[in-house]
Design a protein around this ligand. Structure first.
Ligand code: D5M
Ligand code: FE
Ligand code: ZN
Length: 525
């Protein structure tokens, strides 16, 4: 007998407003009469249920058996619709294995056989913790003092990673030291200028003032100068000029990730899908690719995917860029989130979802961006996602993932030479952020900063995984053992992107093994 495609069951349940656990879908798919079984399950669901669970299906199917087996059972409301359950009781226990490839034919990857029981997930084994969520913690008023405070905090915290490595002095003390002394300083990059003779003048600032440092053009580390961004924190070591008015740089130090960093891994084989930039509401939103992704998550091949991380730009938003309205399929921002929520419901109900906002989302643009407000949370509540600020760190079974949408990547790519950061290798731009231990070092450019009393954009702890999106390009790699993943998008090329030659990687889902930090990429476009 042909089995009902899990995909069709999922979409039937979604259209009735329900999510479903994967095993529940598997069981329904393998029922003798899936359509009738689904109807029975829905009829019997408790009023407040949002997710169809395995036990709901078990209960409904076993009642169908009992009715069919008992004399006079044929008078029961659904007895006719479960005729096979009498001859083959095993169907109601879910032992039969549905063939996911019998789905609509558009499942991207062939799946292996195996017992349906393998697909069951045990939420007891999971752990998920959030650190650094500043939602509801915003204290900044945007006053000058707030900016002073946030930069002081940045210098304090990133400086503490450097102070043990150099014998540093405050800017105000350096100018009083005798010419020719060995000196070191920890500070924020205040200015970067080239001199008439081709050397580089870098002004460092600390709480006491500023001091100029000269990088000679023939020194081997002159290469590092093109990586520097204003407002990043670093240390310089060198020799004071005779008049003590400037120092010649001998070495530069970045807060950086220690080379010895050993990432944590999960104790069992479990996977997370890392995606971003869904852009629901855009004419270019790739609904077909999204549906294939959601269908795939219901297959056995995706049985170990228990977490889904979404790094911003859930919807296309309204008024984000000039002329954006010409490419909107849904013009109302709330309707965009309603539609996004419908698409989220297609994701198996047992997958834990964590999301942060991006620059297209309906929260303040300045970073850190708080998680969505109550009204939007309510709209997206069906799948019960964890909604946290941009950036935030989520720890999945011991593996910490720093999630950041990625607006600063545009700036890193614009400022640095091609080989160090480009749209084709977005992970290399991420390496720079890791090296600077800050997700958005430069103030005053593309990336807007909301001053808070603490700099939430500092990478205080070393993450095991760094997950960004925004540039709509897929790329991943390791920097000092930290896995950096930029996750592509679900939006085909827009007119703007065409005009500037951005060729997006749309419809890919990078999947990370949390026990090994290996990455595989599933393609749905
Ligand atoms: O950003 C997607 C990518 O495209 C990101 O690299 C910024 C860039 N982008 C897209 N539209 C524009 C406009 N109008 N100006 C400047 N840069 C743009 P996303 O956040 O998804 O729009
Ligand atoms: Fe985007
Ligand atoms: Zn974006």
């Amino acid at each position: 007998m042909p089995l009902e495609a899990p995909a069709r069951i999922v979409s039937e349940l979604t259209s009735r407003g329900y999510n479903a656990e994967r095993e529940a879908v598997t069981k329904l798919a393998s029922a003798e009469n899936p359509r009738a079984a689904l109807q029975r399950v829905v009829d019997e669901l408790p009023e407040d249920a949002l997710v169809v669970r395995t036990d709901h299906v078990d209960a409904a199917l076993s009642r169908a058996d009992a009715t069919a087996d008992s004399p006079g059972g044929s008078t029961g409301p659904d007895a006719d619709s479960a005729p096979g359950s009498r001859t083959d009781p095993s169907v109601s226990t879910g032992d039969a294995v549905p063939d996911p490839t019998a789905a609509d034919g558009d499942t991207p990857v062939e799946t292996k056989g195996g017992g349906a029981a393998d697909r069951s997930v045990d939420p007891e084994l999971r752990s998920l913790e959030i650190v650094g969520d500043m939602t509801g913690q915003s204290t900044g008023t945007g006053e000058y003092e707030d900016f002073v405070a946030v930069f002081r905090d940045r210098l304090e915290r990133l400086g503490s990673k450097l102070r043990g490595r150099v014998n540093h002095r405050p800017a105000s003390a350096i100018q009083d030291m005798p010419g020719g002394s060995d000196v070191a300083m920890v500070g924020l990059v205040n200015d970067i200028r080239s001199t008439a003779s081709g050397h580089w003048l870098i002004e460092l600032e600390d709480a006491t003032g500023t001091f100029p440092w000269l990088v000679m053009k023939d020194r081997e580390y002159v290469d590092l100068v093109d990586e520097l961004l204003c407002d990043e924190v670093l240390a310089m070591e060198g020799t004071l000029a005779d008049d003590s008015g400037i120092a010649f740089v001998d070495s530069m130090y970045f807060p950086d990730i220690p080379r010895t960093h050993e990432p944590s891994t999960a104790d069992r084989h479990v996977q997370a899908a890392l995606i971003s930039d869904v852009h629901v509401g855009s004419d270019e939103f790739m609904e077909g690719a999204w549906n294939r992704f959601a269908d795939w998550l219901h297959t056995e091949q995706a049985q170990h995917v228990e977490y889904l991380l979404l790094a911003g730009d859930m919807v296309e938003g309204v008024g984000v860029y000039p002329d954006q309205d010409e490419e909107l399929e849904i013009v109302d921002i709330y309707e965009q989130y309603e539609s996004f929520s419908e698409h989220l419901k297609k994701i198996p109900g047992d997958i834990e979802i964590v999301m942060i906002p991006g620059n297209h989302d309906a929260v303040r643009l300045a970073e850190p961006q708080p998680g969505f407000d109550e009204e939007l949370r309510e709209i997206m509540s069906a799948h019960d996602p964890q909604i946290v600020s941009n950036p935030s760190t989520v720890t999945l079974e011991g593996v910490s993932v720093l999630m950041y949408h990625g607006v600063s990547l545009d700036e890193v790519i614009a400022e640095l030479p091609e080989e160090k950061a480009s749209y084709d290798d977005p992970h290399k731009a991420m390496y720079q952020l890791l090296k600077k231990r800050h997700v958005a070092p430069q103030f005053g450019g593309h990336t807007r900063l909301a001053p808070e009393e603490q700099d939430y954009l500092v990478m205080e702890e070393v993450p095991d995984i760094f997950h960004t999106g925004h540039v709509h390009k897929l790329g991943f790699g390791k920097y000092h053992n930290v896995l950096a993943i930029n996750s592509g998008c679900w939006q085909a090329q827009t007119d703007f992107q065409k005009s500037v030659n951005i060729d997006p990687d749309a419809g890919y889902a990078p999947i990370v093994d949390l026990d090994t930090l290996d990455v595989t990429v599933q393609k749905f476009s």
